[in-house]
Structure formats: structure tokens, C-alpha cells
Design a protein around this ligand. Structure first.
Ligand SMILES: Cc1cc2nc3c(=O)[nH]c(=O)nc-3n(C[C@H](O)[C@H](O)[C@H](O)COP(=O)(O)OP(=O)(O)OC[C@H]3O[C@@H](n4cnc5c(N)ncnc54)[C@H](O)[C@@H]3O)c2cc1C
Length: 303
């Protein structure tokens, strides 16, 4: 294996994702320090950053860019009061349980979202019970050129599942949480988890919702009635369901019967099956309702 200083670059490395399918990285570097990140970016300025792989589909041919895995960035510091600083590779669910245990409120609505802290900050992970941007104070990152960047929350262009941070390598995130009774926080964590278990196929391999909920450009209705009015954000899952696509299959990939915005591969399916299914869903929703679905899932392909 080629090494630079103390770093080891793995060749032909698997890329672990929640889909559990897809190609490999020609080169993968597990980073443990800011110097590792900088050296990785010196080797490949276009390096791809891997979090928990929960929103990622890697095409079968894999990727040629260096992949930076944030494995060594797992620490969390609790400052006096309600400040928390988490490294980008820290597991979001563990962080939520720990903040609830310590009586710090603000993250508990995100339970059930598999993510690293960095991946959640980039995707602005969230849903019915809030989004991570609501409790972020500051993000520390490294630019493609290797310089340190600190961004205040007000300077980050957060929107629905969007942050504008994609070109940076996030290394730490500071949160501002609120003191609250740990018992009621733990109860809220349980309630949110119960809601998710009841409405999503959490046990299946997937990347959660494949498509963002679109804002309608025109009123949309079908024979069952109104789906939404122009300017309204509606559920992509509902559009897919009302287009009759639950259970739609392309080879080894199927639209979940439980939640139409989850596309689920069979064991051994190819990433291409999921990509073709995504394309078919997009086409059929456009034909049926005139609505363009934008992908939430990030797809890595060989260039
Ligand atoms: C069962 C299931 C349920 C889900 N439910 C939800 C939900 O309710 N709401 C929701 O918003 N999402 C949901 N998701 C999607 C996913 O959990 C989120 O998008 C999450 O934020 C992805 O984080 P990650 O660490 O896995 O990122 P990855 O999938 O590893 O990466 C996603 C993107 O972030 C970038 N990235 C990751 N880390 C960094 C970093 N340190 N610096 C710079 N860029 C980085 C990657 O390059 C990639 O572009 C679900 C997924 C699954 C599997």
C-alpha cells in the first residue's frame, strides 16, 4: 500500500454505504488529523468526502477520486453551559442520546437519521421535527486549497436539505443547545423514533428519502382530489404513491410499499438498478403530474 508520512492510502477500497451496494474507491484515505486532510487535498484537490454513507449511492464502476473517510474525527466536547463541539465523523445518533442524557435540547428531533455530524451539516439533515441548521452555531472546515475556514451560522446559506458547504471538508461543528429536563428529552427521543419506525422501512438498506419534497409550480390534482397548490412544498413520497409507483421494480431495486420515497435494493442488486429506478420514477412523476423531482441522494460516478 502506498504511504505518505504516517498516512496509508488504501487501493481498491470498499466504500461503506447504507445502500450496501455499489463500486469501490481506487484510493481511500482514513483521515485522523487536519494535516491528513490537507495532505489528502494536495494529492487530489477534487477528493470526495465520506461521512456515514447514509445518503450516498456509488455507481458500480466506483470512483477515481481520492476518498477521504472521516474515521478519526469522532470526538465530542461539552463546554460549560449549552455549547457542544462535535467532530465531523462523530455519530449523530450517539450525540443525540448523549445530549439528551445531559439535559441539552435541540438535536432530539433528528433521532432516526443515520449520519455523521459532518454529513448532517452538509445535507442540513432534518424532517418533520426540525433540521440541524436550527442548532448550528459555527462550522469549522478546510478549503480545497488547504486553508482553515470558520463559518458563522448566519453566513451559511442553509435551506431545505441544502447548505452550500459541499465544496469544503468539514472537520468540526459547534452547536448551541438549550438546557431542559433530561427525562422529557429522553421521552421526546423515544416518541420521534416510534413515529419513524411506524412510517419508514428503517431496517431495509436504502438512503432514506431518495427525492427532495418539491415546491409545486402549478396546482396539482388527480382523480382522488387535490395534491397541492402552486407554491406549496408537497411530499415526494405522496407524488410517487399517487403516480401508482409503489412496488415498481427495475431488476434488483424496488420502490418501497411502506414509504414510496424509499428505493430499496435486493441483496446483490447493482447500483445501476437503483439509478435506473430513480430515473424511471422521475420520468413517470413528470409525465403524470408535470413535477420535476430533485434527488436528495448523492450519486458518486466515475468521471
Ligand atoms: C434509513 C434512513 C433514514 C433517513 N432519514 C433521513 C431524514 O429523516 N432526514 C434527512 O435529512 N436525511 C435522512 N436520511 C439521509 C441521511 O441520513 C442524511 O442525508 C445524512 O445527513 C447523511 O449523512 P452522512 O454522514 O451519512 O453523509 P454521507 O452519505 O456520507 O455523505 C452525504 C454528502 O455529504 C458529504 N459529506 C459528508 N461528510 C462530509 C464532511 N465532513 N465534509 C464535507 N462533506 C461531507 C458527502 O461528500 C456527500 O456529498 C436517511 C437515511 C437513511 C439510510
Amino acid at each position: 500500500m502506498p504511504t505518505t508520512a504516517a498516512m496509508t492510502i488504501q487501493k481498491n477500497a470498499p466504500i461503506p454505504t447504507w445502500f450496501g451496494i455499489g463500486g469501490r474507491a481506487d484510493r481511500l484515505l482514513a483521515v485522523r488529523s487536519d494535516d491528513d486532510i490537507r495532505r489528502g487535498l494536495e494529492i487530489d484537490r477534487a477528493a470526495l468526502v465520506l461521512g456515514d454513507g447514509a445518503n450516498l449511492l456509488v455507481d458500480d464502476a466506483g470512483v477515481g477520486e481520492l476518498v477521504l473517510a472521516m474515521e478519526g474525527y469522532c470526538g465530542v466536547e461539552f463546554a460549560d453551559g449549552s455549547g457542544v463541539v462535535a467532530q465531523a465523523g462523530a455519530d449523530l445518533s450517539k450525540l443525540i442520546h448523549e445530549t439528551a442524557r445531559r439535559g441539552l435540547a435541540g438535536l432530539e428531533g433528528l433521532i432516526g437519521i443515520p449520519a455523521s455530524v459532518g454529513g448532517a451539516a452538509v445535507m442540513n439533515a432534518g424532517g418533520k421535527f426540525g433540521q440541524i441548521a436550527d442548532v448550528i452555531r459555527r462550522v469549522h472546515a478546510i478549503s480545497r486549497g488547504g486553508s482553515e475556514v470558520t463559518l458563522e451560522r448566519r453566513d451559511i446559506h442553509y435551506g431545505y436539505r441544502r447548505s452550500g458547504l459541499n465544496d469544503l471538508v468539514i472537520r468540526r461543528v459547534e452547536f448551541g443547545l438549550m438546557p431542559e429536563d433530561p427525562g422529557s428529552l429522553r421521552a421526546r427521543v423515544k416518541d420521534v423514533m416510534a413515529y419513524k419506525k411506524g412510517s419508514q422501512p428503517l431496517a431495509a438498506s436504502s438512503a432514506g428519502c431518495c427525492f427532495k419534497n418539491p415546491t409545486l409550480r402549478q396546482d396539482v390534482r388527480d382523480e382522488r382530489g387535490e395534491i397541492g397548490r402552486a407554491g406549496e412544498r408537497v411530499s415526494a413520497g405522496m407524488l410517487i404513491d399517487r403516480a401508482g409507483l409503489k412496488g415498481l421494480r427495475v431488476r434488483g431495486a424496488v420502490v418501497s410499499e411502506r414509504h414510496a420515497n424509499f428505493l430499496v435494493p435486493d441483496k446483490g442488486a447493482a447500483a445501476r438498478d437503483v439509478i435506473d429506478l430513480m430515473e424511471q420514477v422521475e420520468r413517470r412523476v413528470l409525465d403524470r403530474f408535470g413535477v420535476v423531482l430533485e434527488r436528495e441522494v448523492v450519486v458518486w460516478r466515475r468521471k
